[in-house]
Design a protein around this ligand. Structure first.
Ligand code: TMP
Ligand code: ZN
Length: 410
């Protein structure tokens, strides 16, 4: 590959970025003050491949830098996500596991939140998870976890040791992987002839509709829609046979995939492909408009936080999410504008946010002295949070949202 030329990771077409966020730290790289001097930064830029209908990052951060024994994201930190995965498992068990002695593999199984639900049904399960700390947590729940990055080679080892899979599952994982060709080859190797792959990821249509630019960070290499998924899989004789929107992570899509010609294609697939053409997800101009909205959002958020500071209001952040790293660094939000970020994850508490170094504190500090305003960085969990934090509102506290637009919520 020529130096300085950016190429699509699927078709090798030459790409130009539609958005550049500048130098960014690793989104989940919460750190201690002794680590500030060595903090790692990279260029966060996204480009759109028109041929593949696939937005993607231009610079890849080494996976080991993101997914390691210190990975601080635990799926089970949200009760709503736990319920969501319970329903997901029940649906898979009902619709896809008729075979005798069924075998389910999850790629990116994190702390075992999804696979734990198959425990009672006599289903053989295997998680594949490179981040050792979360994998250990899964094993404590009785979910066998292979501590590896999924590759075609690993798929071969699983087949050798356990046989082919009836179902392969993945949630919020495929968008993290850098080599979609190797992934598809691994799936073909692992899946039974009539097996199904079911995966879900944040949906590009929702990201664009809501100008949810904070979904763009180092871990999210690809931004999927049905058009992009279908085109990617076609190259590997796999077929998109069903789609179902999911109300998690700010809008996700669940894709079901079989070997070509094996399963009937549900009407929902054609309907979504048509809708994506209607909303222009396949056109580069859509992403230029997206950049304009993102720039406006930054101006509005910074102006609001500066105005609150002038009025001597206390502002904190709610949820030290990976998404917040993009917002804080892109907008240049420093600790003088946001006093601290409240988060329930012990591994993040006492540390500082990547890049901007805003302190992360336990939830008790939010509750013991409510601020005047709280920026809802965990906006994808808004319903759960608003319900739990009704006391904050009653005490006169106000939420600040920035997706789909910057707004003080009344
Ligand atoms: P996510 O947006 O990537 O799912 O990360 C959610 C983060 O927000 C995680 O660090 C846990 C934290 N969190 C809270 O602190 N309070 C909450 O009520 C919820 C739902 C999440
Ligand atoms: Zn391409």
């Amino acid at each position: 590959m020529c130096p300085g030329v950016n190429r699509c990771r699927i078709c090798a077409s030459q790409l130009e970025p539609f958005i550049s966020f500048g130098r960014m730290p690793v989104a989940n790289g919460f750190l201690g003050s002794e680590e500030f001097a060595d903090e790692f930064f990279f260029d966060l830029r996204a480009a759109f491949c028109e041929r593949c209908a696939l937005p993607q990052l231009l610079e890849a951060v080494a996976p080991e830098r993101m997914f390691n024994e210190r990975y601080p994201f635990f799926t089970s930190s949200s009760t709503r996500m736990v319920a969501h995965f319970g329903a997901f498992a029940a649906q898979v068990a009902r619709d896809c596991l008729a075979a005798r002695d069924p075998f389910v593999v999850e790629i990116g199984s994190n702390d075992g939140t999804l696979l734990q639900h198959f425990a009672t049904s006599g289903v053989r399960r295997l998680g594949v998870e490179p981040s050792a700390n979360v994998a250990l947590c899964a094993e404590e729940k009785g979910v066998p976890s292979l501590r590896r990055f999924f590759t075609e080679g690993v798929a071969g080892e699983i087949v050798r040791d356990h046989g082919e899979a009836d179902v392969i599952l993945a949630a919020n994982c495929f968008c993290h992987l850098h080599d979609l060709h190797d992934l598809a080859a691994g799936i073909r190797r692992l899946l039974k002839p009539r097996g199904l792959l079911v995966f879900e990821d944040p949906y590009l249509g929702d990201i664009v509709a809501n100008a949810a630019y904070d979904q763009i960070y180092d871990e999210h290499m690809f931004y999927f829609c049905a058009t992009g998924v279908a085109r990617w899989l076609e190259r590997h004789e796999l077929e998109l046979v069903d789609v179902a929107p999911q109300p998690v992570h700010g809008g996700s899509m669940r894709y079901s995939i079989g070997r070509r010609g094996v399963w009937p294609v549900a009407p929902s697939v054609q309907a979504l492909l048509r809708e994506e053409v209607r909303s222009g997800l396949h056109r580069p101009q859509t992403y230029d408009r997206f950049r304009g909205r993102v720039e406006e959002s930054r101006e509005a958020l910074v102006a609001l936080l500066r105005a609150l500071k002038r009025d001597a209001r206390r502002v904190v952040g709610y949820g030290a999410t990976s998404k917040s790293t993009t917002v804080l660094n892109y907008c240049g939000i420093t600790p003088d504008l946001i006093e601290f970020i409240s988060d329930t994850t012990p591994l993040k508490q006492g540390k500082f946010s990547p890049g901007m170094h805003i302190p992360v504190r336990p939830h008790a500090q939010f509750e013991s002295r409510y601020p005047d305003h709280a920026v809802l960085f965990a906006w994808n969990h808004a319903a759960e949070i608003m319900e739990r934090e009704s006391g904050f509102r009653r005490a006169g506290g106000k939420w600040i949202a920035y997706v789909p637009e910057v707004k003080v919520l009344d």
